[in-house]
Design a protein. Sequence first.
Length: 272
Amino acid sequence: MSSLPVVGAAMTLDEVELYRDWLFEKSRDLELQSFVDADILNGDWAPLADRARRLLDGHGGRLGIHGPFWGFTIASEDPDIRTIVNRRLLQGLDVCAAIGATQMVIHSPYTSWSYNNLDNNDGAREAFVERTHLTLREAVRRAEDVGCTMVIENIEDKDPHIRVALAESFNSSAVAVSIDTGHAHYAHGYTGAPPVDYYVKAAGNRLQHVHLQDADGYADRHWSLGEGSIHWHAVFAALAQLECNPRLIIEIKDKSKIPASAAYLASIGVAE
């Protein structure tokens, strides 16, 4: 039996229809991306949840969703915005409870502007964390109740440690860390952040989710794995040092290349 990690993928329900055999063959982890938009969450999403349960009947992998993120930050200064964000996150967690998802991806509030300015004003760093707690506190309780973990994904994060500290500040099993390899590679190439494997090392065993996408360090490409310049051997060597078994989720634009991305990782001997 292979000791290599088995990768999963992020896709919509329509794409699950196409790649169901691939997912089921090795009980691959799945991240559903059909419950991101506000119009879906504000509407009757029960038929989508029913469809998910039917399609995934007998699926042996772990199930998660990408939570809502469009148009907001979880560290907003505006209390009215925080109220809306809280509602969106609770809606996402309701979906998780309905379909049996045990993980929901949310977006980090940190940017390169944060990196350069949080220490420019007294108390700004602490206030930033406090606002995030105000936004997430109800969602954290709900996530704990339904057995779901919210994983905070790096977006523009330049410091690979700061998001880990934010997750740890909740002192809850319902808050953990995600890494998007393409976002980290962008930060490395464009803002002088460390390379992707450093993000893995910084996260340590708080890491429970990884978006695998390839890129060139200039933009958020979401290319098929092997098409960019990420050093995959270094990334997977860092992952191999962990004990936490994070979900390794291929997240690329061209979904027809998902099997090819997994095959590429197998061809270089790091995953299957």
